[in-house]
Design a binder for this molecule. Structure first.
Ligand code: HMG
Length: 388
């Protein structure tokens, strides 16, 4: 029995801040962003958009293609949680009208949470092949104004249906993983923005890649040459180039430029214009690869590297299934990206730092144009709205 990703779809916000606008505001050369970190735009969520509405928008087209009552679990990965106790998965369960006979839980480890959810979903399906699991990875990346991370903000949610005999990616047994207690990026409970030691975080990311890869090789016996394409966690698109360079070096490979970029470039395209979406980033990169690769990927083996600051990393592989192209949702992905409205710098600040006098009682202006929005909070209870 194969187990893995049967359907995958992502959603992002209706607004973006261009790095050209950002560079002008900061008095920085635009090339620092477009070339130096490889970013052009960042998706910006208005106050009436949160991880739950993004997740609902990501999941809806999947549920429209299956019997929603068949969903046996919702595993919701995020580091932008909206409640310290209640799972975002339960809000999502209500908004999507899922069966009461469905488990929901929220998982967290920085950007690694989505991969943890995917691996747990695969294990649940292996234990009981009747399970059909909705895995969500959703985040809104926020750093302090004028911090090094500000240019790498963004947001997005990925929904994946994980089941037996999947139509897109069969996850292979065995993986390599690595944990180290480090302070490269973190967000204490009282903060809405993350703290980061930017340059140190890139070093820890690359060391974790090396460690996870070596563990992967020792666990599975697979070699670099047996992998056709690589998707990395993408905090900014240049990072995946640094990662691929580091991996080829540790694997003792010398690739010409064309092969080097062919193995990663289709996966950078969406992230370049969305920004970091933390736990969703790796999987948006995977969608980007599937949607934008020039040739047929059937039977190609993908290497997926997941990194979550703090830190946990995992390297795993999967094989693309026959007929995968028939179930991709390429048009929806591109349409959302194209339909976004540009913001000026002040509008971005107004979205990210709205004046709220009483956070337990607030009504949000309508900005979010999607099918699900956060209408407000009353007596500390979040009120979501579903549109026809
Ligand atoms: P910085 O320090 O402001 O930038 O921010 P810089 O001065 O290092 O410049 C960046 C690059 O642009 C450099 O290239 C410059 O040379 C180049 P590199 O040395 O890297 O090859 N550059 C230019 N290129 C062309 N024309 C120019 C020009 N000017 C400069 N005119 C930093 C960089 C990564 C520190 C910042 O973006 C940051 O703090 N980001 C947030 C942290 C981050 O994304 N870390 C990545 C690894 S950790 C991770 O991925 C986990 C995370 O997603 C969180 C989670 O797990 O939840 C963050």
């Amino acid at each position: 029995m194969t187990v893995g990703i049967d359907l995958i779809h992502f959603a992002t916000a209706d607004y973006y801040l261009g790095l050209d606008t950002f560079a002008q505001e900061k008095g920085t050369e635009l090339e620092k962003y477009t070339i130096g970190i490889g970013q052009e735009k960042m998706s910006i969520a208005p106050p009436d958009e949160d991880i739950v509405t993004l997740a609902a928008k990501a999941a809806r087209p999947i549920l429209d293609q299956i019997n929603p009552d068949a969903i046996s679990s919702v595993l919701f990965a995020t580091e932008s949680g909206v409640d310290q106790s209640k799972s975002a998965g339960t809000y999502l369960h209500g908004l999507l009208g899922l069966s009461p006979h469905c488990r929901t839980v929220e998982l967290k480890h920085a950007c690694y949470g989505g991969t943890a959810a995917l691996q747990m979903a695969c294990a649940l399906v292996k234990a009981n092949p009747k399970e059909q699991i909705l895995v969500i990875a959703a985040d809104i990346a926020k750093y302090d104004v004028d911090s090094s991370g500000e240019a790498t903000q963004g947001c997005g949610a990925v929904a994946m249906l994980v089941k037996a005999e999947p139509r897109i990616l069969a996850i292979e047994p065995g993986s390599g993983y690595y944990t180290e207690d480090v302070m490269d990026f973190w967000r204490p409970n009282h903060r809405t923005t993350a703290l980061v030691d930017g340059k140190y975080s890139t070093k820890v990311y690359l060391n974790s890649l090396k460690q996870a890869w070596q563990h992967f090789v020792s666990q599975t016996g697979r070699r670099f040459e047996q992998i056709d394409a690589f998707c990395y966690h993408i905090p900014f698109s240049r990072m995946s180039e640094k990662a691929h360079k580091a991996l080829t070096k540790v694997a003792g490979m010398t690739l010409d430029k064309e092969r080097f970029f062919a193995q990663i470039q289709p996966g950078q395209r969406y992230n370049r214009v969305l920004g970091n979406s933390y736990s969703a980033s790796l999987f948006i990169g995977f969608c980007s690869f599937l949607d934008n690769a020039p040739g047929d990927l059937t039977e190609k083996r993908f290497g997926l590297f997941s990194y979550g600051s703090g830190c946990v990393a995992e390297f795993l592989t999967g094989v693309i299934q026959h007929g995968y192209q028939d179930v991709l949702m390429r048009q929806s992905h591109q349409a959302q990206i194209d339909a976004r409205t540009p913001l000026n710098y002040q509008q971005y600040l107004d979205f990210y730092y709205p004046t709220i006098t009483d956070p337990d009682n607030v009504a949000f202006e309508v900005h979010n144009r999607g099918a699900y929005r956060l209408a407000g909070i009353g007596h500390a209870i979040r009120r979501y709205q579903r549109r026809a």
